[in-house]
Design a binder for this molecule. Structure first.
Ligand SMILES: [Zn+2]
Length: 315
């Protein structure tokens, strides 16, 4: 059996550091006169770290536009980046399912912080059991994602107390913008007639969005993208769309549009036309330098796209 290069590096790193115990935040170096080298997994997590950390952090985000975090595997280069980071922020709640092993194996040499796991259990959506018990897509309830900002802020304050004031100020300013966005999303959602507040997307990424802004979600795939939608699911959903005269369905930038297109065809076969109302940023942000390349911009894009398509007159 061949051992993959990534695994070989991991084993080597683990062996070298086997003598050390798990590293704690308190064992980190003094950052008062140098930047903190951070690795973040998703764009949404990296965005928080960049905004709150400002010029105190050098952030490397592993998952760029269009990347599916459920399926993401660490490359050799990623393992090196993770290994040389001062601290790793990730979303957690089993979103980055295939990175869990890497984090676990490297636990002796890196500090890892799952930012979404500070969200109280009673505010999480239960979808299963064990490690995948909770829906990880918490960033679409803007108020909940604000708790992730606090996790990042508190961690940075602990490891770099000399700059606590700056972290607190930037986090507060960010949270204020998030509160405005939260109110905007609720306001916009109210334009959609109650019966049409149905969100049909490629995978079940919008459970928290639906709960927060009063939509019903009908997904083609489960919570993770690991399971494919079956032909039966597509036919059942097509029936519902026709029955309820749902005007639009949506593709996602980080999931193949194939099943949504198949669904659209199945609806057409029934003599009803459902439009693809646009592309939503679900598990990855847009291109850097565009409005959708930020967390606030991606959420605003989604709410505008969803409301525009479901209201039906394009406004
Ligand atoms: Zn997802």
């Amino acid at each position: 059996m061949r051992i993959s290069p990534v695994l070989a590096i991991l084993v080597a790193v683990v062996l070298v550091l086997a003598a050390c115990g798990p590293i704690e935040e308190s064992e980190l170096p003094d950052f008062s006169d140098r930047q903190i080298n951070v690795v973040a997994t998703t764009g949404m997590v990296g965005d928080i770290v960049q905004v709150v950390g400002g010029d105190r952090v050098e952030v490397t985000t592993l998952m760029g536009p269009g990347i599916d975090p459920h399926a993401y595997k660490a490359s050799e280069g990623d393992v090196e980046k993770i290994g040389s980071a001062d601290i790793v922020f990730y979303s957690g709640l089993h979103l980055e399912a295939k990175l869990a092993d890497v984090f676990e194996k490297m636990g002796d040499q890196i500090v890892t912080v799952p930012v979404a796991e500070g969200i109280p259990i009673n505010r999480r959506i239960v979808v299963g059991t064990g490690v995948a018990a909770y829906d990880p897509h918490v960033w679409f309830d803007v108020e909940l994602w604000s708790i992730a900002v606090e996790e990042v802020r508190d961690t940075l304050v602990r490891i770099d107390p000399a700059h606590a004031d700056a972290y607190n100020e930037r986090a507060a300013a960010y949270q204020e913008l998030m509160a405005e966005l939260d109110a905007y999303a609720a306001e916009q959602a109210a334009w959609v007639p109650e019966g049409q507040r149905v969100l049909i997307t490629a995978h079940d990424a919008f459970g928290y969005f639906a709960k927060a802004y009063n939509f019903e979600v009908l997904g083609l795939q489960g919570i993770s993208t690991a399971t494919e939608a079956g032909a039966g699911d597509i036919q059942d959903l097509a029936d519902i769309i026709v029955e309820r005269q749902i005007p639009a369905i949506f593709v996602e930038t980080s999931v193949s549009p194939r099943t949504i297109q198949a669904l659209q065809e199945a609806v057409r076969d029934r003599g009803y036309d459902v439009v693809v109302g646009g592309s939503l940023f679900s598990d990855a942000m847009g291109d850097p330098g565009t409005p959708e390349g930020t967390y606030l911009g991606m959420v605003r894009h989604n709410i505008d796209t969803i409301v525009g398509a479901l209201v039906g007159d394009g406004n």
